[in-house]
Design a protein around this ligand. Structure first.
Ligand code: HEC
Length: 423
């Protein structure tokens, strides 16, 4: 049943057919297919990869670097340790694929016979799932000053929808990737965000001090570096209240230059009310204290599941000191199951890990997150100099311990079922 449910959303990134390593690999016969499937999605013009890898010249020119990054498993970027949760958006080369690339580079990157080349992929730089039902963009570009603290700016865009709707997918298109750190989208039904909009002569308003109050924050989506747009299954949707304003919160990192940004949201809506509503449960610990100099400091967060749920995804979130997070579920009968083990955690590649099959967590299950932080000089990303004790906070020099657990209510909870094994 789940195969049918999810087959429609398998993307090029997730199809991983492992072939035995080949003796004398050539680009045309062997390597081109691996690169097309696993790299081209990001390494082509206009995408986040720093150079294109779309033909023999481009790929062979980077042979040595490619061999290194695939052997170290730095590329494709993917932090979830195999065997601790099965994910449909997995980006991982098989050991055979790595062996094929290595042998090809060691042999001097031979082209082989051009007749063996796979057909070129016709990428479209259009939206991920065809034209969105809503395309929302601030009225003008926002001008970011070169220096100062990080900026949180909220842009307000009326949805124009009179009825409650359900979101199937959202694509965030950061306008200026040099300064856009992450984006969150909310629906506000109070009209308060709209009142604050544009008061200082620029589009949107400063929402750094209004993190919790000021307007209603019904989460409807977001983006962080490395996110690839994903679509809910046909019968799962995210609640989108009637007559709401969409508030797009953009967290900007300044880079010492005057930069401008106009990020855009594309939203695909379900035609009808879907059977299941996508929700989110937060496992967090706002009391974290990470001492200066600690290279492997442990913190824990915990949450109880207070109803029967099916988990769809999990997103571990820390900042620049975070090195590892393991999330487990302890069932009411004491059995423990790993939900995800992100190691090494990489702030630049925060990923919503989407389960191949939804995980049933009965009421009374406990979710534990164990996180590790490196607040020493051995962490090249440590933003604090001199080192300092780091506590919870939104800022880049502060830390977080959060696991966002996406779920739907269990439509067939064990207590109400007839004893049949549910999906
Ligand atoms: C999800 C997007 C994505 C995918 C998929 C991806 N890359 Fe990358 N790649 C990036 C980005 C972004 C960078 C630059 C930042 C970084 O190193 O993380 C990068 C950097 C690189 C570098 C330079 C690393 C260095 O140390 O200078 C190489 C080489 C590379 N990628 C090869 C590959 C290969 C080969 C594949 C496929 C097997 C691949 N990438 C898949 C996004 C991607």
């Amino acid at each position: 049943m789940h195969f049918v449910l999810f087959s429609a959303v398998l993307s090029a990134f997730t199809l991983s057919v492992s072939a035995a390593p080949v003796a004398k690999p050539t680009f045309a016969k062997d390597v081109a297919r691996i690169v097309q499937k696993n790299c081209e999605g990001c390494h082509r013009t206009g995408q986040i990869g720093p150079f294109p890898l779309t033909n023999f010249q481009e790929v062979s020119a980077f042979g040595t670097e490619i061999k290194r990054v695939v052997s170290e498993r730095r590329m494709p970027p993917w932090s979830a340790v195999p065997g601790h949760g099965e994910f449909k958006n997995e980006r991982r080369l098989s050991a055979d694929e790595i062996a094929t690339i290595t042998a090809w580079v060691d042999a001097g990157t031979p082209m082989g016979n051009a007749k063996d080349l796979p057909p070129a992929i016709q990428w479209s730089d259009d939206w991920a799932f065809g034209k969105p039902d809503l395309i929302l963009k601030p009225a003008a570009a926002f001008e970011l000053a070169p220096t100062g603290v990080d900026e949180y700016r909220c842009f307000v865009m009326p949805s124009g929808l009179d009825d409650v709707r359900y979101i199937q997918a959202m694509e965030v298109r950061p306008g200026n990737r040099k300064v856009v750190h992450h984006v969150r989208a909310f629906a506000d039904t109070t009209g308060k965000a709209r009142e604050m909009d544009g008061k200082d002569g620029q589009p949107g308003f400063d929402c750094s001090l209004n993190m919790t109050a000021a307007f209603k924050r019904i989460g409807i989506g977001g983006w962080a570096p490395g996110n690839v747009p994903a679509k809910n299954a046909d019968d799962i949707g995210t609640f989108f209240p009637a007559k709401s304003d969409v508030v797009m919160e953009v967290h900007y990192h300044r880079n010492g230059l005057k930069e401008s940004d106009q990020s855009t949201l594309g939203i695909w809506l379900h035609k009808n009310t879907p059977k299941h509503i996508q929700k989110s449960l937060i496992v967090a610990n706002i009391g974290i204290r990470i001492p200066p100099g600690a290279a492997r400091h442990e913190e824990r967060g915990r949450a109880m599941v207070n109803k029967d749920i099916l988990v769809t995804s999990i997103l571990p979130h820390m900042h620049l000191l975070g090195t590892e997070m393991k999330v487990t579920a302890t069932f009411p009968d004491g059995k423990v199951q790993d939900l995800v083990w992100a190691k090494p955690y990489d702030f630049n590649w925060q990923t919503s890990y989407r389960y191949k099959e939804m995980l049933r967590l009965p009421k009374g299950t406990r979710i534990d997150a164990v996180a590790y932080y490196n607040n020493s000089e051995s962490n090249p990303r440590n933003p604090s100099n001199p080192l300092k004790e780091v506590r919870w906070g939104e800022g880049t020099t502060e830390e977080m311990l959060v696991a966002f657990v996406g779920y739907i209510d269990d439509p067939n909870p064990p207590a109400a079922s007839t004893g049949a094994i549910a999906p």
